[in-house]
Ligand binder design. Structure first.
Ligand SMILES: Nc1ncnc2c1ncn2[C@@H]1O[C@H](COP(=O)(O)OP(=O)(O)OP(=O)(O)O)[C@@H](O)[C@H]1O
Ligand SMILES: [Mg+2]
Length: 370
């Protein structure tokens, strides 16, 4: 152990120094040196570092480098048209259920076993359309797919490109699509509705029509080597011709109570003791909200708890005061609070407004049923 740690702290300090100066090449060169130096004393560490270096964009990784080197730009402004995530990462694992889960798994499986498909004379799905309200994981799903496949994710945010360069958007879109077509990547056209408006839209102008035409052509021609994903939360604005062009439409609904429960558990796990029970209670409160709204509420509670210097567990009841819900949910909530030992009958009445008699009789009834 003493051998292993020898010199490690100096290396660490040196690494911190180079990292803080943000010189990517120097960080990589130094890590190579450390890996070589440590190969004999700590083979595992050396192996881990080498694995990290392999994933990072470097000269020895031509695909990733070419992705980063030649990102298309707007000819006049030199504004980059694409955001590139060479190694897509997520703040936490996404939660998907039912059809969404199955379809995402299948899309990944198709790519992993593409030779089986080719042998059967088939091609993997090339174009996918994600629809659904804001904050339910559409952008996240594109990132997840790219990560699972170990491919870079290229994101074209159409609302950003459109707002600044409407006059040249047709050329820019073609430029980006041609570029992405030639790479082994996942391309996400985010906020697709910005261009894919219905043709009978009163405000539509010639440029928008041209854009739709470019998009329709490209969707038909998209190669099976690439995966094109488009996302929108205004599917009703899409031209039906565009809908039809996508091989796989996929609707992301608002989370179910089960989905919320699993999601909150993942957010609270390790941060409070009774994470399972709290997740159940909060899934009643948050029903009807999106994942991102729920995450925001939980983060808000974490911040408040930290500022007050109290446990998150002591802050969570505050969330109960804020929300509105149906009478049945209100009663269920009051009973859960008492059953899980989070509140006395009086406190549960205060937090939910349910009469103490109702709580008493229903809690007793529930216990007898169990
Ligand atoms: N299914 C999910 N599982 C876990 N976290 C999620 C999920 N959906 C959303 N989130 C959280 O909410 C954030 C926003 O999600 P995302 O950007 O994917 O939403 P979106 O559906 O693309 O919304 P918009 O239509 O507004 O672009 C994510 O970064 C993540 O933290
Ligand atoms: Mg999005």
């Amino acid at each position: 152990m003493a051998d292993k740690s020898q010199g490690l702290s100096q290396d660490f300090v040196h690494l911190a120094r180079v990292a803080l100066s943000e010189r990517g090449q120097d960080i990589q060169a130094f890590l190579h040196r450390v890996a070589r130096k440590r190969r004999d004393v700590d083979p595992q560490l050396a192996q881990d570092i080498i694995a990290l270096l392999r994933e990072a964009p470097t000269r020895s990784s031509p695909l990733r480098r070419s992705v980063e080197a030649a990102i298309p730009v707007d000819t006049d402004s030199r504004f980059q048209l694409l955001r590139v995530e060479a190694n897509p990462e997520m703040p936490h694992e996404p939660v998907y259920f039912g059809e969404v889960r199955q379809t995402l798994d299948r899309l990944v499986e198709e790519r992993r076993r593409v030779t089986d498909l080719f042998e059967a004379g088939l091609q993997p799905t090339r174009t996918v359309l994600f629809t659904g309200p804001p904050g339910v994981g559409k952008t996240l799903a594109a990132r997840w797919i790219a990560r699972e496949l170990g491919k870079p994710l290229l994101i074209l945010d159409l609302s950003a490109v459109m707002s600044s360069y409407l006059g040249r958007t047709g050329a820019n879109l073609r430029h980006v699509l041609d570029y992405a077509k030639a790479l082994d990547c996942v391309l996400l056209l985010d906020e697709l509705d910005t261009i894919a408006k219905r043709r009978d839209d009163a405000g539509e102008i010639g440029e928008l029509k041209r854009l739709v035409t470019v998009l329709l052509q490209q969707l038909d021609d998209w190669p099976s080597t690439g995966l094109l994903i488009a996302a929108t939360n205004h599917s009703e604005l899409l031209d039906p011709a565009i809908w039809r062009r996508f091989e796989q439409p996929l609707d992301f609904p608002l989370p179910t109570k089960e989905g919320i429960n699993v999601f909150i558990q993942s957010l609270l796990e390790g941060k409070i003791q009774k994470s399972i029970e709290w997740s159940k209670v909060l899934s009643i409160i948050f029903y009807g909200k999106s994942y991102s709204e729920i995450e925001r509420e939980i983060n808000l509670a974490r911040r408040s708890a930290a500022l007050k210097g109290i446990n998150l567990e002591a802050q969570l009841p505050e969330i109960l005061r804020m929300s509105t819900r149906s009478k049945d949910d209100q009663i269920q909530l009051a009973i859960d609070l008492v059953t899980f030992g989070f509140a006395s009958q009086r406190k549960a009445h205060e937090l939910t407004g349910v009469a103490r008699d109702t709580i008493r009789s229903r809690s007793n009834h529930d216990i007898q049923v169990i």
